[in-house]
Write a protein that binds this ligand. Structure first.
Ligand SMILES: [Zn+2]
Length: 334
């Protein structure tokens, strides 16, 4: 870019340099690395609006960082997560009409406003705020906002429960999980498949059905369906951390266990709480589940337990061991 330089008294080449400069932001001196346009010949400064604005933004953000203030884009994100316009958001906070607009466009917010925004970033706090304050939003907007808040809270609970669950399962595919990282969605879909098909499904039988489904699918495709590991326990193979999974599934309203007493025996029934989700299991996976279901349809829990005890994978491991999918090749279902 060529410019006229008064010092050199002619058109000159320009260049951009970085220089430590002081800016005044809200009465406070802030030092920043400013980009400055100068004459390539004599080094005289030129005014450049674009660079000057960019430096001002840097100075403002430095001020925000120093005072732990939200950035304009963070304020925008808070507003947008609640699906509010700038005007409605300002109204909700009992601020002037243009306040949010100004903050999102770079004006520095005052400390009290910043604290309220930080507080309301958390949906749970937004709910408290809505309940405890005289809100100037109309009834329709209020209902809509409460809906959004509700949904954000559920999403967060879901994410937290998933993080908790993830901590129990390895994400590395290996022979113990049938070369698939554990897939909670698929596992739930399998449980729901069997729970819906069976008139009455006992927990002990479910464990065997899951194990045979994963093993047989692995035998035929070289990968398991759910990525669950199965441990050798006295009554047969059991999905690793099965009780944690059942607890999570109950909390997620997917399926739960109902205990019935029958002649002094506890019977753990698996009760589905929702439909089988679509698009989670492939046709091939469903076909295997169907075959396993048919094969063991007439088997009681004891029958299937005895049957599974004959498998080489079970016989070659001892209590507590993980039964590798490598044994899947020995399974004969006929
Ligand atoms: Zn010059």
């Amino acid at each position: 870019m060529k410019r006229y330089c008064e010092e050199c008294d002619r058109e000159v080449e320009t260049k951009v340099i970085t220089r430590r400069e002081s800016y005044k932001v809200c009465g406070e001196v802030i030092e920043v690395d400013a980009q400055i346009l100068i004459c390539a010949e004599c080094g005289e400064d030129f005014f450049c609006e674009e660079l000057d604005n960019a430096t001002l933004v840097i100075a403002y953000n430095e001020y925000r960082r120093k005072h732990k203030l939200l950035l304009p884009e963070e304020i925008k994100k808070i507003r947008e997560q609640y699906g509010l316009s700038q005007r409605s958001f300002a109204k909700l906070l009992n601020w002037g009409d243009k306040t949010i607009y100004r903050y999102e466009n770079g004006s520095i917010q005052d400390k009290a406003h910043n604290s309220l925004l930080l507080f309301l970033r958390d949906p749970e706090n937004m709910k408290t705020y809505l309940v405890e304050n005289e809100i100037s939003l109309d009834a329709r907007q209020r209902v809509k906002l409460l809906d959004v808040v509700e949904k954000l809270e559920q999403d967060r609970e879901y994410r937290m429960s998933r993080r908790f669950l993830d901590s129990f399962f390895s994400k590395i595919p290996c022979e113990e999980n049938g070369f698939r990282a554990f897939d909670y969605e698929k596992f739930c879909a399998m449980v729901l498949f069997f729970a819906h098909k069976s008139g009455e499904l006992l927990k002990t039988k479910l464990m065997k059905l899951l194990n045979y489904s994963d093993m047989v699918f692995y035998k035929e495709n070289g990968i398991s369906i759910s990525g669950a590991k199965y441990a050798h326990l006295p009554y047969g193979p059991v999905p690793e951390n099965f009780d944690i999974l059942l607890g999570t599934m109950a909390a997620d309203h997917i399926a739960h266990i109902e205990i019935l007493y029958d002649n002094g025996y506890e019977k753990h029934h698996v009760i589905p709480d929702c439909d089988i989700p679509e698009g989670i299991l492939s046709e091939e996976e469903c076909a295997v589940l169907e075959r396993i279901y048919e094969k063991f349809a007439e088997f009681g829990s004891v029958d299937i337990s005895n049957y599974s005890h004959r498998e080489r994978g079970y016989n070659s491991t001892k209590q507590g061991d993980i039964i590798s999918y490598a044994y899947a090749k020995d399974i004969q279902l006929n």
